[in-house]
Ligand binder design. Structure first.
Ligand code: PGA
Length: 262
């Protein structure tokens, strides 16, 4: 696992966007797994800036991690709306290449199986962007989620409902259920890119990167994946025991890269 410690949120966003842009430049038809929440906002802003300078999304295919159950795509707090506002409407992505779970589906099991099939049909996800909850969730895979789980309907914990209430004018309106890719679905992506910012995420980051693998903190499965990059800012990295080593590794990697160009 590669752990990149960013100076602050802006630096984190630039670094995360750069990893995604590298993927898109090397394979214009890349399949991107995307995430919502406060943390990726800066990453999308940076990708939009890169697009204005020529980064092309016309052949890119996307799959979002999750969507609230029973929230219409037009609802201001839906993840459909979040993605349109903060990313899709500002780049040249084809709407037919965008996939987000349908919170209004009348047959959840059928829809979820189809979502999994479509990911496979498109060749699998090349790089999956991930935020992390304070409880260590990935997507809406709350503590106790099977580490082999696939896309399905999940019940949100009280903590997650409270955390997400800040986006809703009435906290009682926060949906209690969501359709989310499973932990197993996420692990199938070729690369994982986790971003975490702020002291409130420090414990979850510590547990996920350095703790024992457990379904109680679903992000600990990152340790099983062969190609993970965690970009965390100073505040979120605060509790990492091996942070000096992670910083040293990045320095050595930069030197090796520089030498490779000589
Ligand atoms: P946040 O959410 O980026 O809004 O903190 C992350 C998550 O819950 O996955």
């Amino acid at each position: 696992m590669r752990v990149v410690i960013a100076r602050d949120y802006e630096d984190l966003s630039k670094k995360a966007a750069t990893f995604i842009a590298m993927e898109v430049r090397s394979r214009p038809e890349s399949v991107l797994g995307l995430a919502t929440g406060s943390t990726p906002l800066g990453t999308y802003k940076e990708l939009v800036r890169m697009h204005r300078k020529g980064l092309d999304f016309s052949r890119v295919v996307t799959f979002n991690l999750d969507e609230y159950y029973r929230l219409a795509p037009e609802h201001p707090q839906s993840y459909h709306n979040f993605m349109n506002e903060n990313f899709f409407n500002q780049v040249n992505i084809k709407k037919s290449n965008v996939h987000i779970p349908d919170g209004l589906t009348s047959d959840v099991d059928k829809f979820c199986a189809e979502y999994e099939r479509t990911i496979k049909q498109k060749g699998g996800i090349d790089i999956q962007l991930l935020g992390i909850g304070r409880d260590g969730h990935l997507g809406f895979n709350e503590p106790g989620s099977s580490l082999g789980s696939r896309t399905r309907l999940k019940t949100l914990t009280e903590e997650t409902v409270r955390d997400n209430a800040r986006f809703f004018s009435n906290p009682d309106d926060v949906p209690r259920l969501a359709i989310t890719m499973g932990v197993g679905t996420i692990l199938d992506a070729r690369k994982l890119l986790l971003i975490a910012s702020g002291g409130a995420k420090a414990e979850a980051v510590k547990a996920s990167i350095e703790g024992p693998i457990t379904s109680q903190v679903t992000a600990t499965v990152l340790q099983l994946h062969p190609h993970v990059i965690c970009v965390v800012d100073e505040a979120a990295a605060r509790l990492l025991s091996r942070r000096d080593y992670y910083t040293y590794v990045e320095k050595v990697a930069a030197t090796v890269q520089e030498n490779a160009h000589i």
